[in-house]
Design a protein around this ligand. Structure first.
Ligand code: ASP
Ligand code: MG
Length: 455
């Protein structure tokens, strides 16, 4: 089976690595095209950058063609954003992209220098030179095409190719665009798809995808495999390890992602199609986010078209809405109360967009920034009743009030007070037995599931 052979290939090259240079677990078995992405902390200081260069070269030495996608070093993107805010309150989006795209270029040029010093040919390319074609929505562009000809040519000429992540070029305006925070993940997945790479390796500062944030939960478990669907829900509900769009792209193009540490050896987490996952516990992970805000519209007129107007205004302002709750009003005069959550960064834009719509409601617009969200995700919960009941009971026993609830077939999210998020994550992680010593594998009897559900 695909996953099994992939992981055994990784283990084999690990075990056979004798020389220091080759001590990194291998990716391709030789003669393959490999895409390796390094995040900001993995290229932060000179030593980090040289470590990444050495890993890239080791992969080339295994006989593979290597394309490496790099993020901006350390906090560079944040610093560029600060620079812009020191100059202008409303920087031009086009110029913002010119500015932000420089961070990734620095990483690539420096890494190419390090690779030359290690005795290999390397060439760095901007997103535009690499053929990453996007739409023209500056600072949040979407990749519409990958024209990988120049990369393929450079690989043929025996180069290691370094591609600046997070950026592209718009087809119509020919301007530089960026892909939104965390966008280098999407660059890497898109290149892996275009080049037919067997896997997209994402090197980061954690060992993989965990059953909960390891900074919060000491016995959080590194997951061997996660399905695309689960990873989508996890990225959307606060797991910061992969950009949501990169997971979407990977699912749509069937690109396996291997998320692993650039500081340690060993395999990380594979994100693959559901029928390839090794285990299928009914709950896989607890995720959380403390970066939410809620907007409540009181007294919304109780007639057709109101919700359509409100959410069209939000969509046009490019605000992503998460949990939505509306109740049928107690009486017609009263109007409906409508609440929804957005990313805290989007709160002002959201309120501005709604204020622009007149005559929809009699009441005021209330906002709350002291909210957070805890979610549990697991492909197995589709077929196991009682998961929601257990989540609510666990939170209730902790004295945590649930303010809003939303579900998908494989996710349950609860909006709660921001200052109770940490407690909620720990309580759920324990109650669903997700910890490192929990036994999930070879659970054909379903006994574990029954036990964790408290039956
Ligand atoms: N440097 C960009 C960011 O910080 C893109 C990335 O790292 O993926 O969001
Ligand atoms: Mg990232």
């Amino acid at each position: 089976m695909g996953v099994a052979s992939l992981s055994s290939a990784v283990v084999t090259s690990d075990a056979t690595s004798a020389e220091p240079q080759a001590s990194t677990p291998g990716v391709g078995s030789g003669g393959e095209t490999v895409v390796m992405k390094f995040g900001g902390t993995s290229v932060a200081g000179p030593e980090d950058l040289k470590r990444a260069a050495a890993r890239i070269v080791a992969e080339r030495d295994r006989g593979n063609k290597v394309v490496a996608v790099l993020s901006a070093r350390g906090k560079t993107t944040d610093e560029l954003l600060t620079m812009a805010s020191e100059i202008s309150d409303r920087p031009s989006p086009r110029e913002m992209d010119m500015l932000l795209s420089t961070g990734e270029r620095i990483s690539c040029a420096l890494c190419a220098m390090a690779i030359w010093d290690l005795g290999h040919q390397a060439i760095s390319l901007t997103g535009s030179q690499a053929g990453i074609v996007t739409d023209s929505s500056h600072t949040k562009a979407r990749i519409v095409d990958v024209r990988a000809g120049r990369i393929e040519q450079a690989l043929e000429q025996d180069n290691i190719v370094l591609v600046a992540g997070f950026q592209g070029v718009s087809t119509d305006s020919k301007d530089v665009t960026t892909l939104g925070r965390g966008g280098s993940d999407t660059t890497a997945v898109a290149l892996a798809a275009a080049l037919g790479a067997s896997v997209c390796e994402i090197y980061t500062d954690v060992a993989g995808v965990f059953s909960a944030d390891p900074r919060l939960v000491s016995d959080a478990r590194k997951l061997e495999t996660v399905s695309f669907e689960e990873m989508l829900e996890m990225s959307a509900s606060g797991a910061g390890v992969l950009q949501l769009r990169s997971v979407e792209y990977a699912r749509n193009h069937g690109v396996r992602i291997h998320c692993r540490s650039s500081f340690e050896q060993g395999t990380g987490t594979l994100v693959v199609a559901e029928d390839e996952t090794l285990e299928n516990p009914f709950v896989t992970a607890v995720t959380h986010s403390a970066e939410e805000a809620r907007v409540t519209l009181a007294g919304v007129r109780n007639e057709p078209g109101m919700a359509g107007r409100i959410f069209t205004a939000l969509a046009e302002a490019n605000v992503n809405v998460d949990v939505i709750i509306q109740n049928e009003p107690v009486s017609t005069e009263h109007g409906a109360d409508l609440s929804f959550t957005v990313a805290r960064d989007d709160l002002d834009t959201a309120v501005g967009a709604i204020e622009g719509e007149n005559g929809m409601s009699s009441g005021e617009i209330l906002t709350d920034v002291q909210i957070g969200k805890v979610s549990i995700v697991g492909a197995g919960m589709r077929s196991h009743p009682g998961v929601a009941a257990k989540v609510f009971k666990v939170l209730g026993d902790e004295g945590i009030n649930i303010e809003m609830i939303s579900t998908s077939p494989i996710k349950i999210s609860c909006v709660i007070a921001a200052d109770r998020v940490d407690d909620a994550v720990r309580a759920l992680h324990t109650a669903f037995e997700l910890g490192a010593d929990a036994v999930h594998e070879e659970d054909s009897t379903g006994e574990h599931k029954a036990r964790a559900l408290g039956r």
